[in-house]
Design a protein around this ligand. Structure first.
Ligand code: FA5
Length: 345
């Protein structure tokens, strides 16, 4: 019996040493020191011992229990400390590690160019007006001196929704809407950015949906030289003093006289490429003096008031400014293209 007890002590202490965690240690405690454990089992045989041996064996059994108990306690402390250290190690934050990059978005190049143009004109005393993309034929054409059947309607192939409603083909309807709202009074000084739609075939410089920014100034004594000066300031601020501009005589039914403004191509530096269609120039806007018929239709006395208007294409302006060789890049949402503009923010 004595031997068995010593054996159990040895066995238990070895198991305690090998225990890797508190759960295993607890299992060892239950299995060796519990009521159904081997020591209790050994003690059950004490009845067979002589009266002399019984107390000795009892004392030995208690000693073995105490030794195993304190072995378990010691090991428990070690394992608890280990667990704390492990937890601390796993929760340590190394403040010297480089941070993980956070993906941040950036403004779309068109949004940026539009905001830049808006700021420029706001600085010259203009306010921003916005109008509907689904527009009445009246404002898109008729009020702009383009009655039904007028051949110049073919200049802007349109998406009609019904006989009288269409997707606006330009932002010029805002000229008529703004003047109508102002009830024949000046001054008017607005710019109007927004989307427009045309049944154009998509190519490097044409898109069926694109943006325009309309400008309109109406007051007494507004002259062609005011328009020219304004466009000159705009072009210089936008593209720098070294880029050339040219005004070509043109025709729009709602302006008289009318011009188109071209900027020298940045991609080929004027030598000719697919963006400028070999001409060295890219047309960015149409403009002119507001036609007296348009002023009168909107309720203005054309003998007292004159005005100028312009309509520019921000896509083409952004192409020239950033050296983008195809307008379709703005609408295909290729993240590699869009990311390039984050550095300009
Ligand atoms: C007009 O739309 C006139 N409403 C502009 C205007 C306003 C003239 C006020 C006089 C007074 P135009 O069709 O030329 O004009 O278009 C103006 C600009 O829009 C062009 O110079 C060009 O920059 C841009 N644009 C025209 N069509 C497209 C297209 N399919 N894709 C991209 N940009 C275009």
């Amino acid at each position: 019996m004595q031997e068995r007890l010593k054996e159990l002590q040895q066995e238990a202490l070895e198991a305690v040493q090998k225990a890797v965690d508190l759960k295993e240690l607890n299992e060892i405690r239950v299995s060796y020191l519990g009521k159904k454990g081997p020591i209790t089992e050994v003690l059950k045989g004490m009845g067979k011992l002589s009266a002399e041996e019984r107390p000795k064996m009892g004392a030995l059994a208690n000693e073995v229990r105490d030794i195993i108990s304190s072995g378990i306690e010691e090991k428990q402390k070690v394992l608890e400390e280990e667990a704390v250290q492990k937890k601390l190690a796993s929760e340590t934050i190394d403040v010297t590690l480089p941070g993980r990059p956070v993906n941040s978005g950036n403004h779309h190049p068109l949004t940026r160019i539009i905001e830049e143009i808006e700021d420029l004109f706001i600085g010259m005393g203009y306010t921003i007006a916005e109008g509907p993309e689904v527009e009445k034929d009246y404002y898109n054409f008729e009020a702009l001196n383009l009655p039904k059947g007028h051949p110049a309607r073919d200049m802007q192939d349109s998406f009609y929704i019904s006989e009288e409603i269409l997707l606006r083909t330009h932002t010029s309807p805002m000229q008529a809407r703004t003047m109508e709202k102002n009830e024949g009074k000046g001054p008017v000084r607005i710019i109007c950015p927004g989307k427009v739609y045309r049944r154009d075939n998509d190519d490097a410089t044409h898109s069926h949906q694109f943006m325009q920014i309309e400008g309109l100034v109406v007051d007494e004594n507004i002259r062609m030289s005011d328009l020219k000066g304004t466009l000159d300031v705009f072009a210089k601020k936008m593209f720098g003093d070294d880029r050339e501009i040219r005004l070509r005589p043109s025709f729009f039914p709602f302006t008289e006289p009318s011009v188109e403004m071209d900027i020298s191509c940045k991609i080929c530096k004027g030598h000719g490429c697919n963006v400028c269609k070999g001409t060295g120039w890219i047309e960015i806007l149409g403009a002119g003096m507001v036609h007296p018929n348009v002023l009168e239709m909107a309720g203005y006395d054309s003998t007292k008031y004159t005005g100028f208007a312009f309509g520019m294409g921000p896509e083409r302006i952004a192409m020239l400014k950033y050296g983008v060789d195809d307008i379709r890049h703005y609408y295909t949402n290729d993240i590699r293209f869009l990311k390039q503009f984050s550095m300009h923010e």
